[in-house]
Design a protein around this ligand. Sequence first.
Ligand SMILES: CSC[C@H]1O[C@H](OP(=O)(O)O)[C@H](O)[C@@H]1O
Ligand SMILES: Nc1ncnc2[nH]cnc12
Length: 323
Amino acid sequence: MAYLSEPFARIGIIGGTGLYRLAGAAVLETLDAATPFGPPSSPVTIARLAAPDGTGGSDGPVVAFLSRHGVGHSIPPHRINYRANLWALKSLGVEVVLSCAAVGGLVPSHGTGTFAVPDQFLDRTWGRADTFYDGLLSTGVQHLPAAEPYSAPLRAALVAALELQGEDFAPTATMAVINGPRFSTKAESAALIQAGAHLVSMTQYPEPVLAAELNMHFAALAFITDADTGHDGSEPVTAELVLGRLAAAQPRLLAVLSAAVHRVSAALAGMEPAHDGGFPLLALIPADAVATVMGGAVMDPAGPARSGTVRPGTVHNAGRSAQ
Ligand SMILES: CSC[C@H]1O[C@H](OP(=O)(O)O)[C@H](O)[C@@H]1O
Ligand SMILES: Nc1ncnc2[nH]cnc12
């Protein structure tokens, strides 16, 4: 079995609609990651962000960036290989995932042109592979506690970054996730509001739970591009509108992301790496060894102790608890 002696990057960023690369970051490497689930949506770019003072050089934090919809936005939300994407980041040493998304706002408190940091989701997708514990990898039966599905310390870093950048944002939100690729009808939108949702997305499930199963911190930075079917009197959403508004907001999004990454990077510098024994280089692991990896260093069900209310990867192993 082959292991990386050190991670390529400890912080991962998933780019969504309109964010296909990290403009301004220095690309160090571009990697084609192999996973047991097939290739991820895009090559993973290892890139160095500018230093905190805005200069280049070797002081800025290094991140692993992946484009969820692929190069040229070729993969629709219901066809994204979410398992491959999260596994690819994990295999490169990522411990913390910041997921960017263009979302619809359903209520006045979450208005167009502002940001939000979701703390809950409402899964309305269907047919998506949303667990690594499905028997495929001989990992046994596991049940992920999902009451608090996002990492508290990572959400706090995003909130601090949004404050630093002077952005208008909602520090909490319930994110409804529809299957797409079509947008909602007015009746569906009203039903989501009735169910307690503030935001609507097509991609924000199952990323949070897959990250947790892989013992990675996960939080989402949502930019509200529209008012969905038009609760504020605006025209109903279209893809062109989402793309255009996200493109216009990209510098703001990148500034918030960068501030959050610097904060997280400083915190990680004082933390031990989450894993013992190195990082599995999955591309080199034979298929029959994958189960060993899943039950060993990568998938230790106890997981590293972390602060905050969330312990990503803390899973209930039904097999063990029955003993
Ligand atoms: C192109 S409009 C619909 C598209 O935009 C959002 O993408 P992402 O969440 O990756 O930013 C939405 O979920 C849809 O996939
Ligand atoms: N209104 C909307 N519904 C679903 N996904 C979206 N992404 C951006 N806006 C959206």
